[in-house]
Design a protein. Structure first.
Length: 135
């Protein structure tokens, strides 16, 4: 920063150029912020889609594990398998249910993140415009 005589036109030019640079920087920051917000919303939306796909897969997993448990119980009744095999099938069903619960939680969290990125359920606050003081 150079030393300027505060009474001369060079100082006025300096103040003008400084204010103009600050204004241009603020405009660029505003443009960048809009792009970053759009990217954030799009990524949150994609996270919701991924979470819903994982939820559907977990629901199918529970259905398959439950069916496997039923088959294991029928096989035990016929003497084809042992109690240990039935317990393994029950454990698989419990693990599938746990996976489903985790998928449901992740789906809900993804939806909440998306809604927050869209501003749903939040209040907006007006940001005052910057004030440039020229001496």
């Amino acid at each position: 920063e150079a030393a300027y005589d505060s009474s001369g036109t060079d100082y006025d030019k300096y103040l003008f150029m400084t204010a103009e640079a600050a204004w241009m920087s603020a405009n660029r920051a505003g443009d960048d912020a809009a792009e970053l917000m759009e990217i954030d919303v799009r990524s949150k939306y994609m996270a919701v889609i991924a979470a819903q796909s994982a939820l559907e897969a977990a629901q199918l997993g529970v259905a398959k594990a439950t069916e496997a448990q039923k088959i294991a119980n029928l096989s035990l009744d016929q003497g084809l398998i042992t109690d240990v095999d039935v317990q393994l099938a029950q454990t698989g069903a419990y693990q599938a249910q746990l996976t489903l619960l985790k998928a449901q939680l992740n789906d809900h969290l993804a939806v909440l993140d998306y809604e927050q990125s869209m501003g749903l359920g939040t209040t907006s606050v007006a940001i005052p415009a910057p004030v440039v003081v020229v001496r």
